[in-house]
Design a protein around this ligand. Structure first.
Ligand code: NDP
Length: 473
């Protein structure tokens, strides 16, 4: 029996656009245009303005130049003709390597053994109102990212043992070409999913669209992402979800491979790696292993359940994450730092405190949501009931600040930059940008919770006064 809705129902659906009242975020269409231009330029800018050949901008308190030194000693590079600049960074070998990496991950997605889980209820709009119950609409996802990482780790270790560091030096010497390759893929994937979002599903129904990326403004929707979960069936039993695939694999695994490439570069220069490089490698690898081990927990995040898949997310995961998050290791490859015992102590202290808060808070909420208030694991925790039926924790981590988990995450980001020392602010790009992201995300989540809980949320805010940092913010 066909599940296609009747013609009158389809006509009625077309008359009522899925998202009749667009609510813009990120400053609306001008913000979307700014992101299209600025995000790639920032990634190139971080490379061209901090590397061995040109040096990096000095810190404001640089001992040689005194306070507020002129940055003229390290001229900033601004491309004048963007297209010429882009062409100058084109590198065939880098494009081939980046593409081979994506194809390898794609093949692993299907052939590496895993298991299938149900995702959370998705919050999209559109689709056929007659044949889909959107209040109870979940998708299935294959879990095998951690095993894929293990396979890549085995290949990487075997390469290091048999061929030495040489093959990994490619990642350092072709880095700018890899940025360009990742941007080409970002644009290709974004254009594809935007066009794909207008085509009917394999069963002939309209696609489920993201509430936020479905405004009718072409550029805004292209950047924010029009379709909620673009996916296609490779075989009757196997579905490929583009957003889910891109979410954890190319960015996170690519980040660690780049870090290894930069560590190999340092090794080829010094004959060893410094303790600061070892700390950065260890902390960041640990973060990625933790994320891939808990792959299923991504399914309840806003990225999967609420946000569309467009240029912003594709750029974030294919380009921004691997190229910018590996900045500390890239910096240390050019400017090795040997930390003193005191420096090591501070760095490890900040990392441990950050991880303790991050894992403690996220784990506490996860257990509370998953097993309910009366479960033995949640004994002793205080909570308040709400009219929505969902309970809110008011003690433990969630009684100290409404997003204490963000504080833990940010402290870890700081711990990854501290090993680079204080000679230049460039390696601190990640904690600075991440602070802005988390403050903005907290405001977005606050708005979401206010809509969901209404007056109960106001009451909760009176009990738990602080947003992210107790007694400060
Ligand atoms: P959170 O884990 O902060 O969850 C927010 C949700 O938790 C709310 O929407 C609400 O949902 C529920 N909640 C809020 N208060 C309470 C309470 N008192 N008791 C019980 N439930 C509550 O969401 P995020 O997805 O923003 O963050 C998850 C992690 O991912 C964080 O650690 C963050 O730092 C990290 N992250 C990292 C990024 C990176 O680039 N490295 C980017 C973004 C996030 P409801 O009530 O509906 O269940």
């Amino acid at each position: 029996m066909s599940t296609r809705p009747s013609r009158p129902a389809r006509r009625a659906f077309k008359r009522t656009p899925p998202n009749p009242k667009p609510e813009y975020e990120f400053l609306g269409p001008p913000g979307a245009v700014a992101m299209l231009i600025a995000l790639p330029l920032i990634t190139y800018g971080l490379y061209y303005n901090c590397r061995k050949e040109f040096g990096c901008p000095p810190a404001f308190w640089d001992s040689k130049d005194g306070f507020w030194p002129s940055i003229g000693a390290n001229p900033m590079v601004y491309p004048v003709d963007l297209w010429d600049f882009f062409l100058s960074t084109w590198d065939v070998a880098a494009f081939q390597v980046y593409t081979a990496f994506l194809i390898f991950l794609f093949v692993c997605y299907f052939v590496v053994p895993g298991y299938v889980v149900d995702g959370a209820v998705v919050g999209g709009v559109g689709g056929s109102p007659l044949t889909r119950d959107r209040s109870n609409y979940t998708l299935k996802y294959k879990i095998n990212a951690f095993r894929t990482l293990m396979l890549i780790a085995v290949i990487a270790i075997a390469t290091l043992v048999t061929k030495g560091v040489e093959p990994f030096l490619f990642l350092h010497s072709h880095f700018v070409g890899l940025i360009t390759a990742s941007l080409i893929w970002t644009c290709g994937v974004s254009i594809f999913v935007y066009i794909w979002s207008f085509l009917p599903d394999s069963d002939g129904q309209e696609k489920i669209l993201a509430k936020g990326g479905n405004t009718g403004n072409m550029i805004y929707d292209f950047v924010l992402g029009r379709e909620l979960n673009p996916r296609f069936s490779a075989s009757p039993n196997s579905t490929f979800d583009i957003k889910y695939f891109v979410e954890l694999r190319p960015g996170l695994i690519g980040w660690i491979l780049l870090n290894i490439g930069f560590a190999c570069q340092q090794y080829s220069m010094l004959g060893r790696i410094t303790n600061s490089m070892a700390a950065v490698l260890f902390f960041e690898t640990f973060y990625v292993v933790d994320a891939l081990w808990n792959e299923a927990s991504i399914l309840t995040t806003m990225d999967i359940t609420t946000d569309g898949f467009g240029f912003m997310l594709a750029n974030g995961l294919l380009t921004w994450l691997p190229m910018n998050y590996s900045l500390q290791a890239r910096y240390l490859a050019a400017y090795p730092v040997d930390m003193s015992i005191f420096h090591c102590f501070v760095v490890f202290g900040v990392q441990c405190i950050g991880y303790y808060i991050f894992r403690g808070a996220n784990g506490q909420k996860d257990t509370f949501r998953r097993y309910g208030a009366s479960a033995p694991q949640n004994k002793g925790l205080k909570y308040m009931g709400t009219a929505s039926g969902s309970k809110l924790l008011i003690s433990g981590w969630w009684g100290t600040a409404r997003h204490i988990n963000y504080l833990g995450d940010w402290l870890m980001a700081l711990a990854w930059s501290l090993p680079c020392g204080l000679a230049t602010p460039i390696p601190y790009f990640y904690p600075i940008y991440f602070a802005i992201l988390l403050i903005h995300r907290e405001l977005r989540d606050e708005e979401k919770c206010h809509k969901k809980y209404g007056k109960d949320w106001d009451k909760y805010c009176e009990i738990v006064r602080w947003r992210i940092i107790p007694y400060i913010y």
